[in-house]
Design a protein around this ligand. Structure first.
Ligand code: HXC
Length: 252
């Protein structure tokens, strides 16, 4: 098993499990991760997913051993890593919990998640340039949107490593958390998210992501339509009634 899934109440932890290769992303791991996530995404019970690695590595990138054997024809015909696009169809909120290295495809995987928490010892980078290639799972695009062109260019063109503190400062990640009880702190945050209406969470994720895809005018119309549609849900009635009745909402 290249990925271990653990369900705790309304959350799921997907732990990358190739420690000897620092959780490098090979095709098997990618398929296991994505097919597992798609299953949990369908479940109305699951309100938040955490993707994590181990203390040394979140993920050291795409598997260089697997890629080294391929030529252009193989990469092109297999549409190597094209399968990752399915990841962005997952509607459940996803948190990346980054300990240790998040390099290359590992940094790109983190950026595909909705929130990135890093422990104090996490390190980020896009070192592909040192291998004679460039990021290939969205790194040039997502990093630029997150940190701006100037910072992204420096990271991608030099292959430099940045620490967790700097990653938070430039807006690559959400927050650095103390390394003690790192996973526990994130599980608590995931439980909070998962306690809300799943339909509202999915709508919130979709609308927020739309900000990266459309003009402000179109994005606002998109958001308003989703907002209106939530008035079809029992959880909207429950959430608003609970507020007025001064009680905790009980979302289904
Ligand atoms: C395959 C990897 C790997 C990787 C590490 N390993 N990273 N195997 N693919 N990306 C393996 C090593 O070969 C080694 O295996 C074992 O993990 C431990 O790694 P070490 O190098 O011995 O550990 P350490 O000295 O602590 O150095 C850690 C490291 C270094 C700094 C993270 O491993 C490293 O630089 N890794 C490569 C990082 C990288 O370039 N990532 C980008 C990949 S390209 P053995 O068998 O020797 O014990 C990419 C492109 C994405 O991601 C786009 C795809 C389309």
């Amino acid at each position: 098993m290249n990925v271990l899934f653990e369900k705790i109440d309304r959350i799921v932890i997907a732990k990358l499990n190739r420690p000897k290769a620092l959780n490098a992303l090979n095709s098997e791991l990618m398929h296991e991760l994505i097919s597992g996530l798609l299953e949990y995404d369908k479940s109305p019970e699951i309100g938040c997913i955490i993707i994590t690695g181990n203390k040394k590595a979140f993920c050291a990138g795409a598997d260089i051993k697997e890629m080294a054997e391929k030529d252009f024809t193989a990469m092109f015909n297999e549409d190597y890593f094209g399968y990752w696009e399915i990841f962005s169809r997952i509607k459940t909120p996803i948190i990346a919990a980054v300990n240790g290295y998040a390099f290359g495809g590992g940094c790109e995987l983190a950026m595909m998640c909705d929130i990135i928490y890093a422990s104090e010892n996490a390190q980020f980078g896009q070192p592909e340039i040192k291998l004679g290639v460039i990021p290939g799972i969205g790194g040039t695009q997502r990093l630029t949107k997150l940190v701006g062109k100037s910072k992204a260019m420096e990271i991608i063109l030099t292959g430099k490593t940045i620490n967790a503190e700097e990653a938070e400062k430039i807006g690559l990640i959400t927050q650095v958390l103390p390394k003690e009880n790192f996973t526990k702190q994130i599980i608590k945050k995931a439980h909070l998210i998962a306690s809300y209406s799943k339909t509202a969470l999915k709508a919130a994720k979709e609308a927020t992501n739309q900000a990266l895809e459309s003009s402000l005018k179109d994005g606002i119309v998109f958001e308003r339509k989703l907002f209106h549609s939530l008035f079809h849900t029992q959880n909207q009635t429950e959430g608003m009634s609970a507020f007025l009745e001064k009680r905790t909402p009980n979302f289904n």
